[in-house]
Each structure stands twice: as C-alpha cells, then as structure tokens.
Write a protein that binds this ligand. Structure first.
Ligand code: PLP
Length: 377
C-alpha cells in the first residue's frame, strides 16, 4: 500500500454522528471527521436517504446532457453569488484548479499580466495549479520548479502587494491547514477595496471554512471580503466527493470546452448536496456551529495548561497553539479515544461535526486536559 495511507494505524469500521469505531471495536469521538468533510457527522440519516434514493437512477451524466439533480444543485450553488454561475467537480483541489483557470482567462481578457498573489501559510490543495498557490514547502518539494509563478506575501502585506497588473489574489478567510489564522476585517476590507480599484479578481478558498462550519455559508463575506470566485468542497455533500467553483456572473464564464469533469455534479453527489443544503437551513446548522464552537472553546479555556499558548477559532474550526509539538499530543489523544489533526508543527486542530453534542465537547476537553497533564509533567 502507498505511504499515503494508514499512517495513524487504525482501521475505521463503522460510525454514526460524532462517533466512530475501529475494526478492533474501539470507539472514538471524531473531531477529525474525514479532514472536515463529514461536516454533518457520519451517516446522517437524511443524507443517507438522499444517496439511497439517487442510486436508483443513472449515476453519471455527461456534461453535455442535462440532469434535474445536477441542475438543481447548480442552482443552489449559483445562488451564493450575484447572478451566480457554478461548476461542479470532485474535490477541493479541483475546485481550486477551476477557480484558477477561470480567473486566468478573465484576467487575460482584462489585459492583466500573469501576476498572481497568494498568502504565506496558505493551503489550497495538491494538484499542480493548487500546489502553486499553497505556501508550505513540505507539500511543494520536489515540484516547486514546475509550478505557475505565484508571489506569496504575508497577510498584513497583501493589500500593498496588489497592483493594476495583478490578475488575482487567492485567500482563505481563516487559514485552516496553515494554523487556524483568521484574516482581520481591516485586511479583508482593504483587499476588497484595492481589488475593486485595480480590477483584480478575488478568489476565496472556502473549502474548509464554508458551508456553515464557521457560522456562515461563506466565511469570507462575514469579514468584509467580496470574492469574485469561491471554491467549495469538503462538507458540501457531507463527505461525498464534491468540489465547486462559484462565481459572479458579471465577470464572465468558461467557453464550452474551457473546462469540464466527467463525474462532476453526478446525480448521486448532487442529490446529497441538495439535501445537505436543506439541512443547513431547516436545522439552522450555521448558528449551531457558532454556539457549539463558543461552548467548546469556553470549556477548552478552562483547561488552564501552560502548554496552551493560544486558542483561535471561528465556529467549528478550532486551533490550539501548543508550546510543544502537536503530533505526539494527537497520537495520545487517539489512544485515549479522540481523533484530531494538526495545523502545523505546534497547532492542534479540532473539526467537530454539526451534530457533536455537549457531552462530546466535555469528554474531549477532559481527555485533552489529562493528555496535556501527562506532557507537562
Ligand atoms: N483548500 C483548503 C483550504 C483545504 O483545507 C483543502 C484540504 O484540506 C484543500 C484546499 C484541498 O482539498 P482536497 O483535499 O479535497 O483536494
């Protein structure tokens, strides 16, 4: 088996809500949740039902044909932007590729040079276009020489770096993989204004922050960014492979052969996407994300450990900056029945699903407290 798989040493056998079991029968509270993609928890009955129903119809629909399920889901996504248009693919990195291709073609029409700005600490995916926008050299070696030239600037220097040559800037409202660093409203508004005056496109990567996790469908709008193109994935179909690029209709479109995807918007994933959209609204899940995120963070703050340097969060995207390495802490948490992930060498990240309950937050807090106690002594 490739080195890519199995590094955590457990095999997942079953799951429901915020809990899973491995094949040895051990239970875990899952705040890793498929790297954030199982935003609605495992096997949410509404999503399972939507998938089951759709499986009785043709599974893949060529882009050249129309399909009610795909059209409806495209309609839902397009509604996120003024006079919006949307493209469906199968992952976050593909959503970024589509966004990059669209941004480049539009900026060429606008007579821009090939200047692209991304931020230090950014993570946008692992395919060659997305990798160019990603900052961390760990992901980029040995491919660096082969990537689209991209200028990576500090978040605080972004506004100044944008000029009339700049084709587009790509940003995350909260840098997830890069350490859970939120962008300030001042910087977000500054980027929006500067891009308006220079005719530069804003691409917002909402793959981790969007679809309600941070309390809004688009976290970027909450802080004053006015993106032209948005990339979505992860929770959009509750963990089925879906990515989307969504953009303002006024900026333009792909030509009919300009982009495509065989499986993108397949009726099964589209049906689950529509059901997930409905759940967000009927169950007021973005609001729940804010309330539960605040509740969890208030518990975490009570831990009062010298190993916690800072807690940064918005909704259910939570980063704990430690004074020690995060990986051994994550391994110990796993041994004690909690799944979490890193967001940098010293940052512990929790991505709880919407359905996580107070009892889960309490138990994770207690287990983290015990774990840090062991590391501190
Ligand atoms: N962008 C962000 C902000 C992400 O967090 C991720 C994945 O973690 C990606 C892009 C890439 O998504 P995927 O792994 O689905 O390709």
């Amino acid at each position: 088996m490739s080195n890519i798989y199995g590094g955590r040493g457990i095999e997942i056998a079953e799951g429901g809500g915020a809990e899973i079991k491995d094949s040895a029968g051990k239970s875990y509270i899952d705040f890793l949740c498929g790297n954030g993609s199982e935003l609605f928890g495992h096997c949410h009955p509404t999503l399972v039902e939507a998938a089951r129903e759709a499986l009785n119809f043709p599974w893949t629909c060529s882009p050249g044909l129309l399909n009610q399920r795909r059209d409806k889901f495209l309609g839902v996504l397009s509604g996120l932007m003024p006079d919006g248009k949307a493209f469906l693919c199968n992952s976050g990195t593909e959503a970024i590729e589509a966004s990059i291709k669209l941004a480049i073609s539009i900026s060429l029409e606008r007579g821009k040079s090939n200047k692209i700005i991304a931020l230090r600490r950014a993570f946008h995916g692992r395919t060659m276009g997305a990798l160019a926008m990603t900052f961390n050299p760990i992901y980029k070696k040995p491919w660096s020489e082969f990537l689209i030239p991209t200028q990576h600037v500090k978040m605080e220097e972004a506004v100044e770096a944008i000029d009339s040559d700049t084709a587009f800037i790509i940003v995350e409202a909260i840098q997830g993989e890069g350490g859970v660093y939120p962008m300030s409203q001042d910087i977000a508004r500054g980027i929006t204004e500067k891009c308006k005056t220079t005719g530069t496109l804003i691409v917002a990567d909402e793959i981790q922050t969007g679809w309600g996790r941070c309390g809004a469908l688009l976290a970027s709008r909450d802080i004053g960014l006015d993106p032209d193109i948005v990339a979505l994935a992860k929770g959009v179909a509750g963990g089925l492979p879906v990515g989307a690029a969504v953009w303002k209709g006024a900026i333009g479109d792909f030509t009919s052969r300009g982009h495509g995807s065989t499986y993108g918007g397949n009726p099964v994933c589209a049906s689950v996407g529509i059901a997930s959209w409905q759940l967000l609204h009927t169950e007021k899940l973005p609001e729940r994300a804010i309330n539960n995120g605040n509740l969890f963070v208030s518990m975490l703050k009570e831990i009062n450990s010298p190993l916690i340097a800072e807690i940064r969060h918005k909704g259910l995207l939570i980063g704990i900056e430690l004074t020690v390495k995060s990986e051994p802490v994550i391994r110990t948490l796993q041994e004690k029945g909690v799944l979490a992930l890193a967001a940098g060498p010293q940052i512990l990240r929790f991505l709880p699903p919407f359905v996580a309950e107070e009892k889960h937050f309490k138990e994770v807090t207690q287990i983290l407290k015990n774990t840090l106690g062991e590391f501190g002594s």
